[in-house]
Design a binder for this molecule. Structure first.
Ligand code: SAM
Ligand code: DTB
Ligand code: SF4
Length: 327
C-alpha cells in the first residue's frame, strides 16, 4: 500500500530532527517505530547480481563501473535456472524478498529483458516478493515489469542533489527521479535510499532525507547503505562511516517516513552487533540476508540468526528445511 506523504515537511524541519542529541533522536525514533510496526519483525531480502560489471556509468563508489579498475570479474546475464536456484536457496535461508541487480545503465528491450521478466515471474511463483534494480526504465518497461510480477523497483537517490555531481556524472538526479516516477506510475512499490560515506556533509544527508521524505507517496522501502570502499574506485580510500552516523540516519529516516521499512543495507558487514542493535532500536526493520550483497560480502546467515535470537527479532519468513524446496 502506497503511503501518502503525511504533511509537507520542510528542509528546516528535517535538519532540526537530524541534529537532535543522538539519544533523544533514537528515543523518538523508537517510539515512532513501535507505533507503526511490530518491533520484533525484520524484513529480509537476499540480493543476487544477475549481470555483473562492465557498467557504462561512472558511479564513483561502484565496483561494477567500466570507468574504474576494480579487478572485478565480469559476468554476462545469468540464466533463469541459475537465478531460480539462488532464489530457492534464499527462500530456504529465510528471505521473504529476492532482489535481482544488473549492472546496466538502463534497460534495453530485447531477449535479455525478456529473460529478466521471466525470472521475475518464476521467482514470484516460489512465494517470494520480488525486487529488481536494473538502472533507468521507461514507462513501457515499467509496465512490463509490473505485469511480470515485480513488487519493488530499487533505484536509489544515493546522495543529495547538491553533492550528486561529485559522485556520478553520467546520469542526472532528474533522470533518477524520472525512473522512480515510471516505476510508481506502473503500480510498483519503491525501494529508494542512499549511501553514507561519499564525502558528503551533514547538510547533504539532511537534503537527501528531505528528498526521500518529500516523495509523495513516500518510498515503501528505504535502504540506508554505508559505503563499502572498493579498491580501484575514486572512493576506495574514503574513511569508514562511524556507527553513530548510521544510527542517526536510520533514526531520522524512521521519524520522517514512519510507515516505510528502513533497511540497514550495505556496510553492515563492518558494524558491530551493538551498533546494529542500536539501529534496530532506532527503527531499522529490514536487512540483506546471505553471505553476499552484489559484489561484496555480507554477514553470514549464522551470525544474523544468532543476533536475531539475542535481540528477540525474527524474519517475516521462518527459514525452511532446504530439502522441502528441492534446492
Ligand atoms: N545499476 C543499477 C543502478 O545503479 O541503478 C543497479 C545496481 S547498483 C549496484 C544499486 C545500488 O547499490 C546503487 O545505487 C548504490 O546505492 C548501491 N551501491 C553500489 N555500490 C556500493 C558500495 N560500494 N557501497 C554501498 N552501496 C553501494
Ligand atoms: C541498495 O540500496 N543496496 C544494495 C541494493 N540496493 C541493490 C546494493 C549494495 C551493493 C553493495 C556493494 C556491492 O556488493 O557491490
Ligand atoms: Fe552501474 Fe549501478 Fe554501479 Fe552505477 S551503481 S556503476 S549504474 S552498476
Amino acid at each position: 500500500m502506497a503511503v501518502a506523504c503525511p504533511t509537507r515537511i520542510t528542509l528546516d524541519e528535517v535538519a532540526e530532527i537530524y541534529r537532535r542529541p543522538l539519544l533523544d533522536l533514537v528515543f523518538e525514533a523508537a517510539r515512532m517505530h513501535r507505533a507503526h510496526h511490530d518491533p520484533h519483525e525484520v524484513q529480509c531480502s537476499t540480493l543476487l547480481s544477475i549481470k555483473t560489471g562492465a557498467c557504462p556509468e561512472d558511479c564513483s563508489y561502484c565496483s561494477q563501473s567500466a570507468h574504474h579498475d576494480s579487478e572485478l570479474e565480469r559476468e554476462p546475464l545469468l540464466s533463469k535456472e541459475q537465478v531460480l536456484h539462488a532464489a530457492k536457496n534464499a527462500r530456504a535461508g529465510g528471505a521473504d524478498r529476492f532482489c535481482m541487480g544488473a549492472a546496466w545503465r538502463n534497460v534495453k528491450d530485447g531477449p535479455e529483458f525478456d529473460r529478466v521478466l521471466s525470472m521475475i515471474s518464476e521467482v514470484k511463483d516460489l512465494g517470494l516478493e520480488t525486487c529488481a534494480t536494473l538502472g533507468m526504465i521507461n514507462p513501457q518497461q515499467a509496465a512490463k515489469l509490473k505485469e511480470a510480477g515485480l513488487d519493488y523497483y530499487n533505484h536509489n537517490l544515493d546522495t543529495s542533489p547538491e553533492h550528486y555531481a561529485e559522485v556520478i556524472t553520467t546520469r542526472t538526479y532528474e533522470d533518477r527521479l524520472q525512473t522512480l516516477d515510471c516505476a510508481r506510475d506502473a503500480g510498483m512499490k519503491l525501494c529508494c535510499g542512499g549511501i553514507l560515506g561519499l564525502g558528503e556533509s551533514d547538510d547533504d544527508r539532511i537534503s537527501l532525507l528531505y528528498q526521500l521524505a518529500s516523495r509523495d507517496p513516500q518510498p515503501e522501502s528505504v535502504p540506508v547503505n554505508a559505503l563499502v570502499p572498493i579498491e580501484g574506485t575514486p572512493l576506495g580510500d574514503q574513511p569508514p562511516v562511524a556507527w553513530h552516523e548510521v544510527v542517526r540516519m536510520v533514526a531520522t529516516a524512521r521519524i520522517l517516513m514512519p510507515q516505510s521499512v528502513v533497511r540497514l543495507s550495505a556496510g553492515r558487514h563492518a558494524m558491530t552487533q551493538e551498533a546494529q542493535a542500536m539501529c534496530f532500536l532506532a527503527g531499522a526493520n529490514s536487512i540483506f540476508l546471505g553471505d553476499q550483497l552484489l559484489t561484496t560480502p555480507n554477514r553470514g546467515a549464522d551470525e544474523d540468526s544468532e543476533m536475531f535470537t539475542l535481540l528477540g527479532l525474527r524474519g517475516v519468513h521462518e527459514p525452511l528445511e532446504a530439502q522441502s524446496l528441492e534446492v
